[in-house]
Design a protein around this ligand. Sequence first.
Ligand code: URA
Length: 191
Amino acid sequence: MEDTAWTALEQKCLSCRQCRLAERRTHVVFGVGPRDAEVLCIGEGPGEHEDLQGEPFVGRGGQLLDEMLEVIDLDRRRNVYIANIVKCRPPGNRDPLPDEQDACIGYLRAQVGLIRPKIILCLGRIAAMKIIRPDFRITREHGLWFERAGVHMMALYHPAAVLRDPGKRPETFVDLMKVRERIREICNHTY
Ligand code: URA
């Protein structure tokens, strides 16, 4: 049953033409990871590498994300699902526009409904503003926990921001330690 729902959702998303981002895409970047993951990471949208390969976070930022997740025993092949607010690449890597986010967010909501994660990690300001609160301030509020409908949510700096500013690494490490702690408290798998 869930399999059918996933297949239907993915098919619908892969053929989506609900916004202008469909015009220039190479691939729709649906998401990657086990569909029963207890932790879900949400980025903002595919970049060039992701558009070419059809998988989220596969460029330099993606490599850093994998390293960050590895610190807390998370791995997209084993126990974390990774998706984006918009599934098609915004031109020139600009931020996805509000109408593009609105056109796409239903797919992410459906993914959340099927995965039913215990923890959602928003990567960067755009994801945090869409998922946690519209006036979210990433510099002040990264590393803080928010809870809605029993789901524990935190925003971390976007890996691309950490690459641009290595000064953000120590804070990101502290945030990751908080995530590890919360996983130990509320998740079932042994990580
Ligand atoms: N940045 C994102 O927010 N998502 C990706 O998939 C890649 C880069």
